[in-house]
Design a binder for this molecule. Sequence first.
Ligand SMILES: Nc1ncnc2c1ncn2[C@@H]1O[C@H](COP(=O)(O)OP(=O)(O)OP(=O)(O)O)[C@@H](O)[C@H]1O
Length: 376
Amino acid sequence: MASPSIPAALRHPHLPAGGSFPSHPSGDPTSRAALSFRQKFLSQRLVPFLSPHLVSGRRAVIGDTPLRRWQTGLGPVLAARSPGLGNVDNLHESSSLSRNWDLNDQIDDDRDVLIECRDVHKSFGDKHVLRGVSFKIRHGEAVGIIGPSGTGKSTILKVMAGLLAPDKGEVIICGKKRHGLVSDEDIEGLRIGLVFQSAALFDSLTVRENVGFLLYENSSLPEDRIGTLVTETLAAVGLKGVEDRMPSELSGGMKKRVALARSIIFDDTKDVIEPEVLLYDEPTAGLDPIASTVVEDLIRSVHMTGRDALGKPGKIASYVVVTHQHSTIRRAVDRLLFLHEGKLVWKGMTHEFTTSTNPIVQQFASGSLDGPIQYF
Ligand SMILES: Nc1ncnc2c1ncn2[C@@H]1O[C@H](COP(=O)(O)OP(=O)(O)OP(=O)(O)O)[C@@H](O)[C@H]1O
């Protein structure tokens, strides 16, 4: 039997050509031992790319705020200072086509900033994709990144997640500069999850094994406890009785929900559970309008200000969504960052988007062929 292929989005650059797992010595790819072997291989080689716990930490403070306070009810108090929760006065719109905004530069207090990109540049060969992007993601925010195709939206997500290192500029996680990639170091105090557009599930693993993957590998929880957590987390995203299914037996919307469950599951026996920022790359691409609405509402519900499918409060401190879909912009985010040609050219609250006087935004919002955005 051929060894299972690894989803392209997860493929580690150090994998052998062809991107397949090495065979288990037993020769039986379906045995528990073989599965464990594959998981071990993945955890060693791919976990940094899997992302639910890309950045895990032991530090119990964020800035000078003890982490426990975030978990015991004071988090929302801190979050209430966040511009993403509706303080429009803190934000400005501009018709400038070229200014590279620091979106929260009007706010002096940075204690609730979880991720900051500061003058980030990134090139691929001679293609200069990101040209000095700066912004902050604060605790409690729901932020959308929009803009024309090829403008660097997925690239900035990967830079934030630590999958790509900037050529120039800095990524600051909870006040601490990240050096290199997430796999190179241990930045503490924040988990960052990246939910890939393709869902990036392991085709050869069941839904249970996909969702519980990192707990099976990286926690000391007994298997039955992980199974219970998987079932609870799937229920939180509105899925029941799919634990034993293979990804190929799921619809596109269900796969995205499973990927979401994989991103939010965590070891609930740990003393300190770090806040998590989830980064979604086009979570509703390819879904019909109703399936999109389901996913958009789930994204809201896993946020700490929302309630999941079981009516429990969400656990995600902040999230960032790259999207092209108007419904997702309207329904799932509060604040928008507009990237064009590798620069941040506009920012504002979601409701300001359609009334913007910025010609780039106007053209994008209307879908017009005429305007500063050129397609070749
Ligand atoms: N690993 C890579 N190697 C080479 N070029 C890359 C790589 N990743 C991205 N690019 C290029 O960088 C540019 C920006 O890509 P990116 O995926 O960030 O754009 P995007 O804004 O997310 O686009 P879309 O909306 O179409 O998904 C594109 O021209 C893409 O081809």
